[in-house]
Design a protein around this ligand. Structure first.
Ligand SMILES: [Zn+2]
Length: 498
């Protein structure tokens, strides 16, 4: 007797192949049968006529390291079909030995009360104990371990002893099952690290078969130099490379992705393992402090984070000032009668360095070009914090499927699903997931290709999709008829785990 049979689904399996009408049988946490018609008895049956059944989505660019422990229902992810998150992006990791996780909670989850843990081994144990609604794989974040080893934010190279500590932290994380090492070289303290420091740390990841994943030093005027640095680090560290949220920001820099995509093509043609990820929006989201520090509002070209006008900047979360959330920076320019940069500094001074904003500054044509390229997979880069988070936290996957696949035809449905499932599973070494295949884990999503669409907007961002009724994680129904079903069957996924 099977536990669950899904009837009459159009199975799009994740390989890029066209859909086929099939029944899918599940026993325990695995797919055990895929056939035109399954007659075997089953404890439960789901009718999926008219729905596409695909592998659950793998969000390669998550910042929910702490969220999965604090709010293990992780509604913003599960409702949009995400069944695995890869956390630890942009240099922000979940921890290092010696209780260093506290270093990161400040920016990601400022009010969080978390259990104590030390290192990635114990982080994964906490994930397993908590059993969030979805699976969690992790990258080791450079910022976190650099702060821990160097006593905070240090604008200098590490001493030999500090470097030894950092190398040991990466070693602990890789042995515990992390899938790679990430940097955020535009942010503190990553920006104070030179190429050699990063390459040496990434080398530990490479030794274990892990990736080097980077929010690069510059996504503005010097985008191409940053791609060059990233590819170089991948080469000398022996790591496969993942370029985070591939884009260029600042109007003067639009179109540079033509060259950055060519650089990826050249590197892959030479035999290197290089890919990228993307969220489907023209606004980024980041700390207001980082925009100021990188010259976004100053006179000139906008620097490494590109230029955004104060009218293009929306306050997403303001610790201590929730009533300010949703306002533009321009409204404070007028209220304070100060230029953009000074208005931003006053907000940071009066409230918090952890103010998060959404800032427009990307080109829709660039977004489409990057999405259509074979090197690009999908990730949310979401942070469901404050009352007005960037809508990508709730809308990324249904937006790609509704807007970019159905409405605009930028990519095919089969290709979009491939970029969300098999491609990230293979790149990040997530085994036995990412395909609808006999013997694979039953991480699945069902959606109506004719209606699926994101509901989250900048004004009203904490809204799930429509047209995505069912989500299954490790064989358990996690979303039923578009609502959380109350199960929590996610696990920590350690590198090499079958
Ligand atoms: Zn980033």
């Amino acid at each position: 007797m099977l536990d669950l049979v899904i009837k009459d689904a159009t199975v799009i399996d994740g390989t890029g192949a066209e859909g086929v009408s099939m029944d899918v049988g599940i026993e325990g946490d695995r797919i055990v049968e895929i056939a035109p018609s399954i007659e075997a008895e089953s404890a439960e049956t789901l009718n999926a006529a008219g729905l596409v059944l695909s592998p659950g989505f793998i969000d390669v660019h998550s910042h929910d390291d702490f969220h999965v422990l604090i709010e293990p229902e992780v509604r913003h992810n599960i409702l949009q079909g995400i069944t695995t998150v890869i956390v630890g992006n942009c240099g922000s990791g979940a921890g290092v030995p010696d209780g260093g996780k506290a270093q990161m909670t400040a920016i990601n989850e400022p009010s969080a009360v978390l259990p104590d843990w030390s290192g990635y081994g114990e982080y994964f144990e906490h994930v397993d104990k908590t059993s969030p609604v979805l699976n969690v794989a992790a990258l080791i974040g450079h910022h976190t371990l650099r702060k821990q080893a160097m006593g905070g934010i240090a604008d200098r190279p590490p001493t030999d002893a500090e470097m030894t500590d950092m190398l040991a932290y990466v070693e602990e994380g890789m042995q515990a099952g992390a899938v790679g090492f990430s940097t955020g070289l535009v942010y503190e303290p990553g920006r104070y690290a030179n190429t050699e420091e990063v390459a040496a740390l990434a080398g530990i990841s490479g030794k274990h078969g892990g990736l080097y994943v980077s929010h690069m030093r510059d996504e503005g005027t010097k985008l191409l130099d940053s791609v060059k640095e990233t590819l170089h680090i991948g080469e000398v560290s022996g790591c496969g490379v993942e370029i985070s949220h591939h884009k260029t920001v600042g109007k003067d820099n639009w179109g540079q992705v033509v060259q950055s995509l060519e650089m990826i093509e050249d590197a892959v043609a030479k035999g290197h393992d290089v890919a990228a990820d993307q969220y489907p929006y023209t606004a980024r989201s980041t700390a207001l402090f980082a925009l100021v520090q990188n010259g976004t509002f100053a006179d000139g070209d906008g620097g490494p984070m590109g230029k955004s006008e104060p009218s293009e900047v929306l306050l997403c979360s303001v610790p201590g000032g929730p009533d300010l959330e949703g306002r533009t920076l321009q409204s404070f320019v007028e209220e304070f009668d100060l230029p953009g940069e000074e208005a931003a500094n006053k907000l940071i001074h009066d409230y918090s360095e952890s103010i998060v904003v959404a800032a427009f500054g990307m080109d829709e044509g660039d977004v489409r070009m990057v999405m259509a390229h074979w090197s690009t997979m999908i990730g949310t880069d979401g942070l469901d914090r404050g009352s007005k988070p960037h809508p990508r936290a709730w809308g990324t996957y249904p937006r790609v499927l509704g807007k970019y696949v159905r409405e605009e035809g930028v990519i095919s449905l089969e290709n979009a699903i491939h970029k969300m499932t098999q491609m990230p599973a293979e790149k990040f070494g997530i085994e036995n997931r990412g395909l609808v295949k006999k013997g694979y884990y039953a991480d699945l999503v069902m959606f109506d290709p004719d209606t699926v669409i994101d509901g989250a907007t900048y004004d009203n961002p904490r809204v799930g999709p429509t047209g995505m009724p069912h989500v299954i994680v490790n064989g358990q129904i996690a979303v039923r008829d578009g609502k959380p079903a109350g199960t929590r069957s996610g696990r920590a996924l350690r590198r090499g785990q079958k």
